[in-house]
Design a binder for this molecule. Sequence first.
Ligand SMILES: NC(=O)c1ccc[n+]([C@@H]2O[C@H](COP(=O)([O-])OP(=O)(O)OC[C@H]3O[C@@H](n4cnc5c(N)ncnc54)[C@H](OP(=O)(O)O)[C@@H]3O)[C@@H](O)[C@H]2O)c1
Length: 242
Amino acid sequence: MATSDLIFITGSSDGLGLLAAQQLIAQGHRVHLHAKNEDRKKDLEKRITGYQSIQVADFSVVEEVKQLARVLISVGPFDTMIHNAGVYNASAESLFKVNVLAPYWLSVLTPLPRRHIYVSSDMHLGGSPRLDELTHGRMTLTYSDSKLLLLLLAKAFARRWPTVKINALHPGWVPTKMGGANAPDDLQKGVETQVWLATSNDPLASGSGQYFFHKKLRRYHEAADMVAIQDRLIEICSTFND
Ligand SMILES: NC(=O)c1ccc[n+]([C@@H]2O[C@H](COP(=O)([O-])OP(=O)(O)OC[C@H]3O[C@@H](n4cnc5c(N)ncnc54)[C@H](OP(=O)(O)O)[C@@H]3O)[C@@H](O)[C@H]2O)c1
């Protein structure tokens, strides 16, 4: 390996994030990890070696995310940030805060890395960008909606920061705590795409504003390219009241 990149991975206490961290450390990269609280940090300390630090923040609490961003400014600047943390069985508010708002704040409050990677899901294809209910009315956001909003965020940032490689991916339905023991897809192949997008000089991985599955471009929801929706989402995230 020619360089040792500085990488931050959210949700690296378990599942795909932990696997990605282990692989990137094994490749010689300097990896900062993240756990949602001190107990999960202690669990993580027992499961991995060779990391730089474990940062703690509960993404369902906006002020904790912003405090994390302040810490990351002193730890970075990063070559790559992987926005991997996510929840599935959660309230609409937690789905929005953890799956969408936290990646927003970490992206805008920290110095631009060379690469931003957002872990979305093919379930976003069943979602819709119901933005109005984020600002008024009862929030009924689903997991699928949240992963569509995350893809919209990635597309919006790719337009806003053309010098940064910004991509999103679907890891497959894989056997993690979230995916369940009977998930049909290959866990190793699921993590490969994150790791590849984080470090590869493959021309495909060096593009921006793309959506991948197993290192190949993947069909995505047509709303993700709608600039007016992207801009409105950015506006809502920037003003969302905790
Ligand atoms: N597994 C699948 O089949 C599948 C399919 C499509 C997309 N994805 C996406 O892949 C990503 C990784 O999921 P996974 O399958 O590896 O699931 P996982 O094993 O449940 O890991 C999720 C990670 O997010 C962290 N997290 C959960 N709530 C958090 C909070 N409030 N604040 C901060 N961090 C929090 C978890 O911490 P704790 O361990 O402490 O809870 C864990 O580190 C997610 O974005 C998910 O939506 C997964």
